[in-house]
Ligand binder design. Structure first.
Ligand SMILES: NS(=O)(=O)N[C@@H](Cc1ccccc1)C(=O)O
Ligand SMILES: [Ca+2]
Ligand SMILES: [Ca+2]
Ligand SMILES: [Ca+2]
Ligand SMILES: [Ca+2]
Ligand SMILES: [Zn+2]
Length: 313
């Protein structure tokens, strides 16, 4: 459980309850399933939100993933905010209603439930980042299969916080989410057009590639790079984060954004949420009073991405 005073954060059990309630109370537009299981057997909850939710309609699909990194609990709350806003405000908020009627929204609130539960075990924060596979865990955001381990943007040491795992997709969690994305290739084309992976912290909007400093590659043309910049800057203007290519921060290899773009042409970005800086490990644990303001802060960005998905080939 969360330490005293931080009860506003959701444990895995509480998260599960909220999702199950949304599914039952909004059955016409919300459908709860699972992308697969974590290493320790927890369901990787997958919520679909759309009109005629039981039908696979020809509407742009958008994916939101959260909590790849265990200690980044604010991101789980961010994905919950998306689920609650697009179910509770459907039929009253015109923007929400229009987006639910014209898009298929997928939300995975916790990609790393094992690590998240371990991080808060005994009501004390451990600063844990990785999953719970093997003795020391794998950094899920270095385990994706595009340019895995290519470029010094991850570690081969199991003790390291950026340990890439024994092979691409060696972690059941990345494998499950990747399989879900692969299942959205229908009639030869990927139905998911855009994606945000939420992290904390630093208040940044990041776009690929992470594995190289160069803006363009054989799989990122000048106009594609310009599209990422344009959308990234628009998103950052709405929430006050700083927009940049992720390698401007540091080189990473095996990150989710690189794989989503290179393998599926998905406009995939990372949001690093509040706080902007300061506090070292403490920055990962903002008091629960920050949950509402810092998740609502991204409402407009979520709407922008859902809208931009309609213009994505
Ligand atoms: N959340 S964080 O502190 O781990 N930072 C992220 C930043 C990041 C995210 C996506 C691509 C490159 C870099 C990380 O995975 O290192
Ligand atoms: Ca509190
Ligand atoms: Ca629909
Ligand atoms: Ca569809
Ligand atoms: Ca519709
Ligand atoms: Zn992170």
């Amino acid at each position: 459980e969360f330490p005293a005073g931080d009860e506003g954060y959701h444990t895995y059990g509480e998260l599960t309850e909220v999702l199950q309630r949304a599914d039952s109370e909004h059955g016409d537009i919300a459908s709860l399933s699972s992308a697969g299981s974590s290493y320790q057997g927890r369901a990787l909850h997958l919520m679909k939100i759309s009109d005629n939710v039981a039908q696979d309609e020809d509407e742009p699909e958008v994916l939101f993933t959260c909590n790849q990194h265990a200690r980044e609990h604010l991101t789980t709350e961010m994905c919950l905010r998306i689920v609650e806003r697009f179910t509770d405000e459907y039929g009253t908020d015109p923007t929400v209603t229009e987006l639910v009627n014209t898009r298929e929204i997928y939300v995975i609130p916790s990609v790393n439930p094992d690590g998240s539960e371990y991080d808060i075990e005994g009501g004390r924060y451990k600063g844990w980042r990785k999953n719970r596979q093997g003795y020391y865990g794998t950094d899920l955001n270095r385990n994706w299969g595009y340019k895995w381990g290519c470029c010094g943007g991850s570690s081969g040491s199991p003790y390291s916080d950026t340990y890439r795992g024994t092979s691409a997709f060696s972690a059941p969690e990345t494998r499950a989410v990747a399989s879900f994305v692969e299942s959205r290739v229908v009639g030869g084309s990927q139905q998911i057009k855009a994606h945000i992976d939420f992290h904390t912290y630093s208040e940044l909007v990041l776009w690929p590639y992470g594995y190289t400093y160069s803006d363009t590659t054989d799989t990122m043309s000048r106009e594609e790079a310009r599209r990422f910049q344009e959308v990234g800057r628009k998103l950052a203007a709405s929430n006050g984060y700083t927009p940049q290519q992720s390698s401007d921060l540091y080189i990473t290899d095996g990150s989710v954004n690189d794989w989503m773009w290179a393998e599926h042409g998905i406009l995939s970005l990372t949001f690093e949420m509040y706080p902007a800086s300061g506090g070292g490990i403490g920055g990962f644990y903002p008091p629960d009073e920050r949950i509402e303001p810092e998740t609502r802060r991204n409402d407009e960005a979520v709407d922008i991405l859902l809208t931009e998905a309609g213009a994505q080939p």
